[in-house]
Design a protein around this ligand. Structure first.
Ligand code: TUI
Length: 330
C-alpha cells in the first residue's frame, strides 16, 4: 500500500484543496469565541485551513485576529461570517479590506454579499443544512459547500451528517466539505466514502493545546460521554447543541413553560442565550455558560497540539481506507 507522505503540496487528490493551497483536506470550524487568531493560525501554519470565528464579534476584534494570523503564517486561512451577527456588514467590509482568501458562512445565506466577494476573487464556502440551500448556493456561484449534520455543536439544522452529506453530494456539482460528528481518521474516511472532498472539524480543535478556550471548557469536553449533549431552543428559537448543564436545564424548563402558553414571550430565549458563550469559553463558568460541543465529544479524550490532531486525522483516515481496501479487494 502506497503511503502518501508528500512534504509539500496537498496530500489527497482534490481540486478544492489544490485551489485553496492547503496540505491537509481539513478545515478547523470557525467557532465563535474559540476560533481566534492563535488557534486558526496554528492550524493554517500546520497545513490545514484555519478559520477565525467571526461570531457576534465587532470588526476590531475580528481584525485583531486576522492580524494575529498574518503574523504567524503566510499560508491561507479563512474567516467565518455568522450571518445573524449585528456586525455582519462590517465583517464583510473587513474581509474584503484584509484580502482574506476564504470566507465560510453560517446561519443563513450569503447571497447578498456574493457579488462583492467574487469581485475580489474570494472563495466562498457556506454551511448548508439542506439540499435545497446547497442547490441555491450552487446557483449563486459559491465555490463549495459545507454540509454540516446535526451531530455538530452550536447552531444546527435537522439532518444527520450521514444523510445530509450523501444527498448534497448527489444534488450539486461543486465540492462538498463534510462537518458534524468528525473527530478522528475513521470519521474522515467515512465522509470521503460518502463523496466529501474535505472535512471540517470543530470540537476536537477546541481542546487543542493552541486553543485559548478556558481549561474548564476543555475538561468538560474531555470528560463528556456520547450522550452528554442536548439540543436547546429548537421549538422557539435557534436550535443549539451543547453539553448538558444548569443552563440547558433552564432552557428545557423555559421551553416547557412556553409550550403551555398560547402567546409565549420568546424574548426570554434571547436573554437566556446572551453572553453565555464567553461565560464558559473565556471565564470558565461551564455550569451557567453555554458549552457548545458536538456529539462526537465522547471520542475526544486528550489535549494535543494542532499538528498532532491534523496528522492523526490524516494518517488515521489512510489506515482505515487501506484496511478496507484490503478487505474489499484482497
Ligand atoms: O453557524 C453554525 N454554528 C453556530 S453559529 C453560533 S452563534 C449563534 N448562537 C445562537 C443562535 C444562533 C447562532 C453557534 N454555532 N453552523 C453553521 C450552520 N449554519 N448551522 C446551520 C446553519 C444554517 C441554518 C440555516 C445555514 C443556513 C440556513 O439557512 C436558512 C436559509 O434558508 O436562509
Amino acid at each position: 500500500m502506497k503511503n502518501y507522505k508528500a512534504e509539500e503540496g496537498n496530500l489527497v487528490k482534490s481540486e478544492l484543496i489544490d485551489l485553496l493551497g492547503i496540505k491537509y483536506p481539513i478545515f478547523q470550524g470557525g467557532m465563535a469565541w474559540v476560533a481566534d487568531g492563535d488557534l486558526a493560525g496554528a492550524v493554517s501554519k500546520a497545513g490545514g485551513l484555519g478559520i477565525i470565528g467571526g461570531g457576534n464579534a465587532p470588526k476590531e476584534v475580528v481584525q485583531k485576529n486576522i492580524h494575529r494570523i498574518k503574523e504567524m503564517t503566510n499560508k491561507p486561512f479563512g474567516v467565518n461570517i455568522m450571518l445573524l451577527s449585528p456586525f455582519v456588514e462590517d465583517i464583510v467590509d473587513l474581509v474584503i479590506e484584509e484580502g482574506v482568501k476564504v470566507v465560510t458562512t453560517g446561519a443563513g445565506s450569503p447571497a447578498k454579499y456574493m457579488e462583492r466577494f467574487k469581485e475580489v476573487g474570494m472563495f466562498v464556502i457556506p454551511v448548508v443544512p439542506s439540499v435545497a440551500l446547497a442547490r441555491r448556493m450552487e446557483k449563486i456561484g459559491v465555490d463549495a459547500v459545507i454540509a454540516e449534520g446535526m451531530e455538530a455543536g452550536g447552531h444546527i439544522g435537522k439532518l444527520t451528517t450521514m444523510t445530509l452529506v450523501r444527498q448534497v453530494v448527489e444534488a450539486v456539482s461543486i465540492p462538498v466539505v463534510a462537518a458534524g460528528g468528525i473527530a478522528d481518521g475513521a470519521g474522515v474516511a467515512a465522509v470521503f466514502c460518502l463523496g466529501a472532498e474535505a472535512v471540517q472539524v470543530g470540537t476536537r480543535f477546541v481542546v487543542a493545546r493552541e486553543s485559548n478556550a478556558h481549561a474548564n471548557y476543555k475538561q468538560k469536553i474531555l470528560k463528556a460521554k456520547d450522550i452528554d449533549t442536548v439540543i436547546s431552543g429548537q421549538h422557539f428559537s435557534h436550535a443549539v447543541r451543547s453539553l448538558k448543564n444548569k443552563l440547558t436545564r433552564a432552557f428545557d424548563e423555559a421551553e416547557k413553560a412556553a409550550f403551555r402558553q398560547d402567546n409565549p414571550d420568546l424574548t426570554v430565549f434571547e436573554e437566556m442565550g446572551a453572553g453565555k458563550l464567553p461565560a464558559s469559553v473565556i471565564y470558565g463558568d461551564v455550569d451557567n455558560g453555554s458549552v457548545m460541543a458536538g456529539q462526537i465529544a465522547g471520542l475526544i479524550s486528550k489535549e494535543e497540539s494542532v499538528e498532532e490532531i491534523l496528522v492523526d486525522l490524516y494518517e488515521g483516515a489512510q489506515k482505515v481506507i487501506a484496511k478496507e481496501s484490503q478487505r474489499w479487494f484482497g
